[in-house]
Design a protein around this ligand. Structure first.
Ligand code: LER
Ligand code: MN
Length: 277
C-alpha cells in the first residue's frame, strides 16, 4: 500500500554536529525520513543505517554534490567519466543506508558558462545519466533530475527541461525533481510546473523564497500542495533549507536551521496538507 506524501529533512545544513544529533532531531519532530549529502568517502553509511534503525527513520534520498570534478557535461571525457563513477558510488551509498533516490544535475554547481554547444552538452547529459541510471536501476535506486536556478547552472533551469531530458533518457527509474527555491526564480507558475511533470515527478525539495522554512518567505505553498495532491504525488517532500549567503554551501553554522526551522517546517506543512482534500 502506498504511504502517500512523506516528509523529509536534508541534513546538509546541519554542519558541525554528530550525525546522531541530526537524525534524533528529525525523528523527534515527526518527520518520516532524512536526506543525506552525497560524500560517500567522508561518511559512514553503516553508522547512518544503524542510527536510522535506532530512531525509526527512513532515508529519502542522497543529495549529490556536483563539483567541477563531478561534471557530467564537462568538455573533458575523464571528468565526465569521473562524474558517472561518482553517481554510481552514490548508488552504493544509497543502497547501504536504504535511500530510494539520488539527485542528479548535469553541470557542476555554480557553473554558469557552457563548454560546448547546448546539443552536445545535452547529449553528454543523456549518456551520463543513462549509464548511471542503468546501474542505479539494477540496485532499485532512482535518479531524480533537479533543475537549478540560473545563478547555479545554465543547462537545466526549469522542470519542463528536466522532463525533456528524462523522456530522452527513457528509463523507468529516472524521473524529475523540483525544488521550490529554484522554481520560485525560474518558473512562471510553480504549481502548474509540478502538474505538467505528472507521474514523472519522483522527488521534491521544499524551501521558501529565502531558502528558509516554508512559511517564512513569500512563496504561496497552498496551490503547490494542492497540485501535488491532485497529480497523486506519492513521494517525499524534503526540506532543503540553506543559509542566506551567496555561497550557501560554505558550511557556516546558522543556529535557526537546526531546531527552529526543522520544527517550523514540519508543523507548517502537516497543517497545510491536512487542510487540503
Ligand atoms: C542546489 O542548489 C540544490 O538545490 C541541491 O539540491 C543540491 O546541492
Ligand atoms: Mn535542491
Amino acid at each position: 500500500m502506498s504511504k502517500g506524501i512523506q516528509f523529509s529533512y536534508n541534513t546538509l545544513v546541519y554542519t558541525g554536529e554528530e550525525m546522531e544529533q541530526g537524525i534524533r532531531r528529525i525523528a523527534g519532530f515527526g518527520y518520516d525520513a532524512a536526506e543525506f549529502v552525497g560524500e560517500p568517502d567522508h561518511m559512514n553509511p553503516h553508522n547512518i543505517r544503524h542510527l536510522l534503525e535506532k530512531y525509526k527513520l527512513e532515508a529519502s534520498s542522497i543529495c549529490a554534490i556536483y563539483t567541477p570534478e563531478r561534471d557530467l557535461v564537462s568538455s573533458r571525457l575523464e571528468i565526465r567519466n569521473q562524474a558517472i563513477q561518482y553517481v554510481k558510488q552514490c548508488v552504493d551509498f544509497a543502497k547501504t543506508i536504504g535511500a530510494k533516490g539520488i539527485s542528479v544535475t548535469p553541470t557542476a554547481n555554480m557553473k554558469i558558462h557552457a563548454e560546448a554547444d547546448r546539443d552536445t552538452e545535452l547529449k553528454w547529459a543523456v549518456q551520463g545519466i543513462k549509464e548511471a541510471g542503468l546501474y542505479a536501476g539494477e540496485h532499485g535506486i532512482r535518479l531524480t533530475v533537479e533543475p537549478w536556478n540560473r545563478y547555479e547552472t545554465y543547462l537545466i533551469n526549469r522542470l519542463e527541461q528536466s522532463l525533456e531530458l528524462v523522456n530522452e533518457i527513457n528509463l523507468p527509474n529516472v524521473g524529475c525533481m523540483g525544488d521550490t527555491y529554484h522554481m520560485n526564480i525560474e518558473e512562471i507558475d510553480i504549481a502548474e510546473a509540478f502538474r505538467k511533470a505528472g507521474d514523472k515527478l519522483y522527488y521534491v525539495h521544499f524551501a521558501d523564497s529565502n531558502r528558509a522554512a516554508p512559511g517564512s518567505g513569500h512563496i504561496d505553498f497552498r496551490p503547490i500542495a494542492q497540485a501535488l495532491v491532485d497529480i497523486g504525488y506519492e513521494g517525499y517532500i524534503s526540506m532543503e533549507l540553506l543559509p542566506p549567503f551567496a555561497d550557501p554551501f560554505s558550511g557556516v553554522r546558522c543556529e535557526e536551521f537546526y531546531d527552529l526551522y526543522t520544527k517550523q517546517s514540519i508543523d507548517n506543512l502537516r497543517a497545510l496538507f491536512a487542510s487540503i482534500s
